[in-house]
Design a protein around this ligand. Structure first.
Ligand SMILES: [Zn+2]
Length: 212
């Protein structure tokens, strides 16, 4: 299992999860400081031993580009829409074997629609096919929820899992409601996993914006 470390901006705003190896590199290079470490766990390299960081803080403020924040991926789109078709309302679990969740453009690209968060919704493949290149009013298919751009935090943590220490920083900066939404999303994404204090993140590194 790959262990993750929560990276905070210099302003203490939670930014993203980074793989442990990268977190250590940032600390060793003086680009980040350890804010929270797991007291009973250490990491060793040839030359040094240090407590394993759970939360690091970048020493220089990093401006997160809008382009990164706005990028639509199916992973986050489906999470935003709670893994539910926004036309017929069916959740992923109720789809038939050959059906799948897809990305639907409310105003089709061919009709001048964009790929922005406000114009894309989760749709099951039959609904997407039925809607085709028509406008919602032309076929009477309105999304159940008006699509909005998700909070930056949602994009970073929709499919991640946080340790309690790390969650505390999310709560401090963004409040309980965001944390609860994240936990709900995370739970939907991995319903077979339990909840508890011992959770450690599994990382994909596709959102490693903080450290790049
Ligand atoms: Zn549907």
């Amino acid at each position: 299992m790959i262990l993750g470390c929560l990276a905070l901006n210099a302003s203490f705003e939670p930014l993203t999860m980074v793989p442990m190896r990268r977190a250590l590199r940032l600390v060793i290079d003086g680009k980040a400081e350890i804010v929270e470490a797991e007291q009973d766990r250490v990491v060793r390299s040839e030359r040094l031993t240090m407590p394993r960081p759970a939360v690091i803080r970048l020493t220089k403020f990093i401006h997160v580009p809008r382009r990164f924040r706005r990028q639509v991926t199916n992973t986050f789109l489906f999470a935003r829409d709670h893994y539910r078709c926004q036309y017929c309302g069916r959740p992923a679990a109720e789809l038939k074997p050959r059906e799948a969740l897809t990305r639907d453009h409310v105003i089709p690209i061919s009709r001048g629609g964009t790929n922005d968060w406000t114009n894309v919704v989760t749709a099951c493949s039959p609904c997407n096919t039925r809607k085709g290149n028509r406008l919602p009013a032309e076929i009477g298919m309105m999304p159940l929820t008006r699509p909005v751009e998700p909070h930056f935090v949602h994009l970073s943590w929709a499919v991640r899992r946080l340790t309690q220490t790390q969650a505390r920083y999310i709560r401090t900066f963004y409040g309980d409601s965001i944390l609860h939404q994240l936990e709900a999303l995370e739970h939907r994404a991995h319903p077979h996993r339990g909840h508890g204090a011992q959770h450690v993140l599994e990382l994909g590194d596709q959102t490693g914006a903080a450290a790049d």
